[in-house]
Structure formats: structure tokens, C-alpha cells
Design a protein around this ligand. Structure first.
Ligand code: 5CA
Ligand code: ZN
Length: 412
């Protein structure tokens, strides 16, 4: 699958800082420690509906990771998947009478356009679940060889307790795991399972559903093994960061880490498991299943500047749930206008400190609101100068323009 075009990144003077990032498994903000190549896997969309502000916020979060690492001199190897076959996609296709492949293609196309508009740097490898079925089958075979697979009426399950570290990522007790598993695509109550938390890795063909040949019978992959197989195939382990929204910590990233541990024998699967908080609308998590969505594409079609959408996201720290509001967007539009006026001003305030502050704030667990505040202070200082003679310094405005573009992904 192809990704979307990469925006240019202006080069900045000096050097970026090492990134410290929250890790869900240890619940600590710790330094990331990539080698020359920084390896990150971020869970992609299930393309049955358009990109909403929650998706956008999650991908903008991990875009900052990529930008901070690039600024610090790393070669970033970023892989993202597209869950282009899964229950919700088939259910939506059935509901609307759409062909499931056409639906997935259409929504993936729209997602690419939205990401490009939001200046999100593309992954190096953008990989569909369907095209990964051979890899998925290879990893299921490894799990089977390790004795961690059993069948329920021909469907294959992974014994999560084959991994003695199962539970290490999300840190939940079993009652809570069971509750969330049932809410997020799991089947704890299916008769015949050895343990209610065991997860499906291969589902035999169901009438009317697409299926693929396999040594285990015609069928289709389970969800978690898709990301395990794609990430291990393209990046190996340990990943520097596995990313996604906080709704993926359990079961998705928990199951994925355990599958990877059993399949490869190596631990950890990722050095950091990093999760972006949920974007809500009127206090409710924005989700395709609830239908309370604000779409990036609709805002764009209504003439909203994507840079303002991005700034509305960056005004919130990635680890705190927040509500999308019209007021938040209006504030972002005002901020964008103020910054644009400041970079074009003939007598800009000195800018070196802005670059240093933006770098420092982002390197500290992606404190985007702190970075925005630093640019605000500079824009306000510049505004107060007016056209004051004797202060002309065209390079200050240009430096802030480049810093905001390279590090925050906002074109002024
Ligand atoms: N295809 C799987 C991951 S392998 C999936 O979860 N797809 S998704 O389309 O439902 O979500 C795509 C990404 O957006 C995931 O990282 C998810 O955690 C994140 N996400 C979904 N809803 C929200 C929300 N309301 N706020 C923030 N992030 C969200
Ligand atoms: Zn995933």
C-alpha cells in the first residue's frame, strides 16, 4: 500500500534534544533510546469511516515523535498499518450495501488526503492487513510451533498465558481485563475457549465473508496478530516506540506484545508503549461506533485551514483526554493568524530562545501546549514592538517560521 506525500522539513540550526516519553508499561516518562535508526510502529485506521478528530490527534501526536527524533539526528523508520479487513469494516459494508474492498479503499484514500493536509509525515511503510496475510500466517505458525495455539471449532486462539509476562503492558487486573476485552472486540464468553482472555488469531471462513487460503483452513486473520506480524516483519524487536490511542493499550497492545514475545522469544517487544488520550465530543469519546464525529475532511471542505486544525490539537497535551469544541478551533484560528502576522512583521523579537524552548518543551514528553506558549510569547513580543525602527531583523521571523514548520508541522 502506498502512503501519502511527505511535506518538506526545513533544516534548523543547532541540534535537537533527546526525546523523553511516557511509557504505559512502566507508567513513567523515560528517555527514548534509539540508535541511528529510530523504529516506531503506530496502529493505523480501520477504514470504514472518515478520519475524525480523535484519529487526527493520535497521528499528530506520533508525528511529533517523528519530528523530534529527526531534529535530534535520527533516521526514523516508521511503519503504520491499515486494518483493511476486520469485523467492523464488514459490518459497515453489509449495512450500507457497499463492497467492503471499495469501502476500505475509499476511506483509506480520504485518510491519506487528511494526513497530507495536516502535514503529518508519512510512514516509510504503510501496510494493509490483507497484503500481510502471508506474514500473519508465518507468525501464527511460530506461535503454533511454540505450543501456544489451539482450535475452537477450527478457529485458532492464542493462549495469552503462554506468555508469562502477559499483563505487563496495561497493568490491569483480570476483572478489568475481562470487562474491556468484551467491549473491544474480544469474545470472553465463547464456549470452548481455554481461558476467556485468549485471543483469536485466525477465523475460519464465515458464509458471505471474504477469506484467504491458509494451512489452517480458509479464513481471515484476527486483529492483534496483524500488527504483531507487520511490525516484526518490517521493524523487528524491540521497537523504540509502539504507538496508538489509549483505547489500544488493552487488549490490542497487550495481546500484541505477548504474541511477539512467544513468537520471537525476545522481550521487550517495545521499549516504550505510548498512548494518546481520547478526544471527546460533549464529554463522550469520539468513536465511529457512537457516531459522534467531527471529520477532518468536513472541516476542510468547509474551508477551515488544516494548520488551524493542527493547532487546535496541539493546544492539548497528548496524555489528557479533551473535548473537541468550536471554541477550541476558533482559538486555534486566532493563534494561527497572530503567528502569521508575527513572522511577517518587519521587526520581529529575537527568535533563538523560541527555537530552544520549542525543542525543550517537545523533548519533555511532547509538551505541545508548552511549545505553543513559547511561540505565543514571541508573537506577542513582536506585536508589541510594532514596526519599531532599529529592531529590523528579518532572520528572526524566518527562524520561527522554520522552527514551527519543522517541529510543530504548522506552515505559517
Ligand atoms: N485499526 C485499529 C488499530 S490496529 C484501530 O484501532 N483503528 S481505528 O480506526 O479505530 O483507530 C485508529 C487510531 O485512532 C487508533 O490508534 C485509535 O487508538 C485512535 N483513536 C480512535 N478514536 C480516538 C479518539 N476518540 N481519540 C483519540 N484517538 C482515537
Ligand atoms: Zn494495531
Amino acid at each position: 500500500m502506498h502512503a501519502w506525500p511527505a511535506p518538506g522539513i526545513p533544516s534548523l540550526p543547532g541540534e535537537g534534544l533527546p526525546l523523553r516519553l511516557h511509557d504505559t508499561a512502566t507508567d513513567e516518562v523515560r528517555p527514548t533510546s534509539p540508535g541511528p535508526e529510530a523504529r516506531i510502529y503506530v496502529c493505523g485506521i480501520t477504514p470504514y469511516d472518515a478520519t475524525h478528530m480523535g484519529h487526527a490527534a493520535t497521528y499528530v501526536t506520533f508525528d511529533l515523535v517523528q519530528r523530534v527524533w529527526i531534529d535530534a539526528g535520527h533516521d526514523v523508520h516508521y511503519v503504520q498499518n491499515v486494518t483493511d479487513i476486520d469485523d467492523p469494516l464488514l459490518a459497515r459494508a453489509l449495512e450500507t450495501g457497499d463492497d467492503w474492498e471499495a469501502l476500505a479503499e475509499r476511506e483509506t484514500h480520504l485518510f491519506r488526503e487528511d494526513m497530507e493536509a495536516l502535514s503529518v509525515l508519512p510512514p516509510r511503510h504503510y501496510i494493509g492487513a490483507v497484503e500481510s496475510i502471508p506474514a500473519v500466517l508465518r507468525y501464527i505458525e511460530k506461535l503454533r510451533a511454540a505450543g501456544s495455539i489451539y482450535s475452537v471449532d477450527g478457529d485458532l486462539y492464542f493462549r495469552v498465558h503462554a506468555d508469562e509476562r502477559f499483563g505487563a503492558i496495561a497493568g490491569l487486573d483480570e476483572a478489568r481485563m475481562l470487562e474491556i476485552f468484551a467491549e473491544r472486540g474480544g469474545d470472553p464468553d465463547r464456549p470452548g475457549k481455554e481461558h476467556p482472555l485468549d485471543c483469536l488469531v485466525w477465523q475460519l471462513e464465515r458464509p458471505g465473508e471474504p477469506s484467504w487460503e491458509s494451512p489452517f483452513g480458509k479464513g481471515r486473520p484476527g486483529w492483534h496478530i496483524e500488527c504483531t506480524a507487520i511490525s516484526l516483519d518490517h521493524l523487528g524487536s524491540p521497537l523504540d516506540v509502539q504507538g496508538g490511542g489509549s483505547d489500544l493499550a488493552f487488549p490490542h497492545h497487550e495481546m500484541g506484545a505477548s504474541e511477539a514475545h512467544v513468537a520471537t522469544g525476545s522481550w521487550p517487544y517495545a521499549r516504550h508503549y505510548t498512548h494518546a488520550a481520547m478526544v471527546r465530543l460533549d464529554g463522550e469519546k469520539m468513536s465511529k461506533s457512537r457516531g459522534n464525529l467531527v471529520f477532518v475532511s468536513r472541516l476542510r471542505a468547509a474551508g477551515v485551514d488544516p494548520a488551524a486544525i493542527r493547532l487546535a490539537i496541539l493546544a492539548h497535551h497528548y496524555r489528557a483526554d479533551w473535548d473537541w469544541t468550536d471554541d477550541g478551533l476558533a482559538a486555534a484560528e486566532a493563534r494561527l493568524a497572530a503567528w502569521r502576522a508575527a513572522v511577517d512583521a518587519p521587526a520581529a523579537a529575537p527568535a533563538d530562545v523560541v527555537l530552544a524552548e520549542v525543542r525543550a518543551r517537545l523533548a519533555d514528553d511532547l509538551d505541545a501546549p508548552g511549545a505553543l506558549a513559547a511561540v505565543d510569547r514571541w508573537a506577542e513580543a513582536t506585536r508589541l514592538r510594532g514596526g519599531a525602527a532599529g529592531h529590523e531583523d528579518a532572520s528572526a521571523g524566518a527562524l520561527v517560521r522554520d522552527a514551527v514548520d519543522a517541529l510543530l508541522g504548522v506552515r505559517l
